[in-house]
Design a protein around this ligand. Structure first.
Ligand SMILES: Nc1ncnc2c1ncn2[C@@H]1O[C@H](COP(=O)(O)OP(=O)(O)O)[C@@H](O)[C@H]1O
Ligand SMILES: O=C(O)C1=C[C@@H](OP(=O)(O)O)[C@@H](O)[C@H](O)C1
Ligand SMILES: [Mg+2]
Length: 167
């Protein structure tokens, strides 16, 4: 079994929100690697970053992506930084990967002050700009489909994803 679709994109792209909506419309399960990691670690992501550091989080993320890709049959949302790992990018090569793209203005509006997202705890606007510039080529590399989300409401984006994946 393998996921029907995997969502990637920077924080605030809408991976969790749109992934859930697409899964609901298809009538398939939804999973989010962030939630799986929190359950496995027994603590929220900000605490993993504080107690154990980003490297430990990335290792948990890599294992979680690998096991989900192997055994989960539904819609899978990744965390924004999962694609930083080369091994994860290789795993994604055989998958249907939807890149939800968003630029700085809308992304920052959506994540606000970054609550629950430890990488945005300080200077969220400058950090998000840096992360967008660093990661954009990696999202493009793994994507089989790209959907622009700037200035668009969730139902419209969900409908475009479903239309694109219909074939
Ligand atoms: N297209 C959109 N327009 C406006 N707000 C959105 C849109 N997509 C998501 N959001 C909101 O932005 C926030 C971040 O969305 P989320 O799905 O958690 O993003 P991600 O998982 O990619 O970080 C949520 O509050 C969500 O309701
Ligand atoms: O971009 C990142 O490195 C991260 C994104 C978050 O997920 P979302 O993209 O769903 O917010 C979460 O995995 C963690 O805070 C790190
Ligand atoms: Mg998310």
């Amino acid at each position: 079994m393998a996921p029907v679709a995997v969502f990637v994109g920077v924080m605030g792209a809408g991976k969790t929100t749109i992934g859930q909506a697409v899964a609901a419309q298809w009538g398939v399960p939804f999973a989010d690697t962030d939630l799986i990691i929190e359950a496995r670690a027994g603590k929220p992501i900000p605490e993993i970053f504080v107690d154990d550091g980003e490297d430990v989080f990335r290792a948990l993320e890599r294992e979680t992506v690998a096991s989900s890709l192997e055994s989960f049959g539904g819609v899978l949302a990744l965390g924004g930084g999962a694609i930083l790992d080369e091994g994860t990018r290789k795993l994604l090569a055989a998958q249907t990967v939807v890149y939800l793209s968003v630029e700085l203005t809308d992304a920052i509006r959506r994540v606000g002050l970054g609550a629950g997202r430890p990488l945005l705890a300080m200077n969220p606007r400058a950090t998000l700009k840096y992360l967008l510039d660093q990661r954009r080529p990696l999202y493009q590399e793994v994507a089989t489909h790209t959907v622009l989300t700037d200035g668009r409401a969730e139902p419209e984006i969900t409908a475009e994803v479903i239309g694109l994946l219909r074939g």
